[in-house]
Design a protein around this ligand. Structure first.
Ligand SMILES: *Cc1c(COP(=O)(O)O)cnc(C)c1O
Length: 395
């Protein structure tokens, strides 16, 4: 048997090693507390589940769905964008439901990347942007996100020979893993840059509804001319605690959406219809569930940030998203520090290098653990700190 090059080219999955250690510790009966995974611990709100159960009973929803989804879902997504961001979208040509945002993020590479082409991707960043590129035989060009640049890419620093081969520009704000946000001025500059260099822009925006202290994230589609050159991926996963149901969407440029629709019509048969009705209920129904969860995440954010800062791990409270991005202590790489926390006190954090080379020196902590577990995890971090102080190691 001989596997394709694209399989051997996939980067090794760093988190496999962490999962192995966690499994070992748990098998020994030790309790491991994980800040690793970004998956809401709250259930999907009951009104959404009720709609799902009702529509699952209807035989009309037992058959193949259409790849492009129910017209009513298209209209609901367009209505949600109008209400939330003041953007008007053509429900037929500028909206496409996805089997989760990740599905569309990977598959849109098939629409743009031929062997030898380049995609510009944020570093650190959500891995599927580069993985989709690699699976198509393309090459990711990593744009460093640094604290000095407020974790926004320095577009002017991208070399011309790269730009001439680049087809796609990936962005993600509110950002995973750094917690950074972008304003409309930045997005306006992105549109200008994309026009200048004939790039298609893909903005990934699953965290626009998880924001703190009254801050309201903007949509890339609000930038002037965004619809001429780009699309925005969105998801119900984080907003409505629906990661398990697999539904998201992409909106914006009609040609880009049509290309993705053509690819998908040959690949999948759409989202199960009862889940589409659940999404309609989520987007058009009562929205108070969002504020309820966000209030809880904000409280967790404050607990984590305070604890990390009191330990000397420098971090600032993010305005949005589900993650805390913190500096590791001097003298450790991100993997060494994550390993040490797991070995010493049974706490899992994600090493920043797992999101790209520019993530070195950082760890990511997710806010999606139940309060009591989170508090226990934080006291274990303090215990790690005390042990280090008494053993004399700096940090
Ligand atoms: C969680 C996440 C997604 C995935 O959303 P799904 O709709 O569940 O596939 C996409 N992008 C980023 C940056 C995420 O963190």
């Amino acid at each position: 048997m001989r596997f394709a090059d694209r399989i051997t080219k996939l980067p090794p999955y760093l988190f496999v090693e962490i999962s192995r250690k966690v499994a070992e510790q748990r098998a020994r009966g030790e309790e491991v507390i994980s800040f690793g995974i970004g998956d809401p611990d709250f259930p999907t709100p009951p009104h959404i589940i009720n709609r799902l159960c009702q529509t699952a009973q209807d035989p009309a929803n037992h058959r193949y769905p259409e790849t492009e989804g129910l017209p009513q879902l298209h209209q609901t997504i367009a209505g949600w964008y109008e209400k939330r961001f003041g953007i008007s979208l053509n429900p037929d040509s500028e909206v496409l439901p996805l089997i989760g945002a990740k599905e569309g993020i990977i598959h849109i590479a098939l629409c743009f990347i031929d062997p030898g082409d380049v995609a510009l991707v944020p570093d650190p960043g959500y891995p599927p942007y580069s993985i989709g590129t690699i699976l198509c035989g393309g090459t990711p060009y990593y744009m460093p996100l640094t604290v000095e640049n407020d974790f926004l890419p320095d577009l002017a620093a991208i070399p011309n020979d790269i730009l001439s081969k680049a087809r796609l520009l990936w962005l993600n704000y509110p950002n995973n893993p750094t917690g950074a946000v972008a304003d409309i001025d930045f997005f306006n500059r992105v549109v200008e840059f994309a026009n200048e260099h004939h790039l298609a822009v893909c903005h990934d925006a699953p965290y626009t509804e998880i924001a703190f202290d009254g801050y309201q994230p903007v949509s890339f589609m609000q930038a002037a001319g965004a619809k001429d050159i780009g699309v925005e991926f969105h998801s119900l996963s984080k907003t409505y605690n629906m990661t398990g149901w697999r539904i998201g969407m992409v909106v914006g440029n009609a040609e880009m959406i049509d290309a993705l629709k053509r690819v998908k019509s040959n690949l999948d048969s759409g989202v199960p219809q009862a889940i589409q009705y659940a999404a309609i209920e989520a987007l058009a129904g009562p929205q108070d569930c969002i504020a309820e969860c966000t209030t809880k995440y904000q409280r967790r954010r404050d607990l984590v940030v305070d604890k990390l800062n009191s330990m000397g791990l420098k971090t600032t409270p993010p305005k949005a998203g589900l993650y805390i991005w913190a500096r590791v202590p001097d003298g450790y790489t991100s993997v060494e520090f994550a390993d040490d926390l797991l070995d010493q006190v049974g706490v899992v954090v994600t090493p920043g290098i797992g999101y790209g080379n520019s993530g070195e020196g950082y760890i990511r902590l997710s806010l999606t653990l139940p309060d009591a577990t989170l508090v226990k995890g934080l006291s274990r971090l303090a215990e790690w700190r005390n042990r280090k102080l008494s053993s004399g190691r700096k940090g």
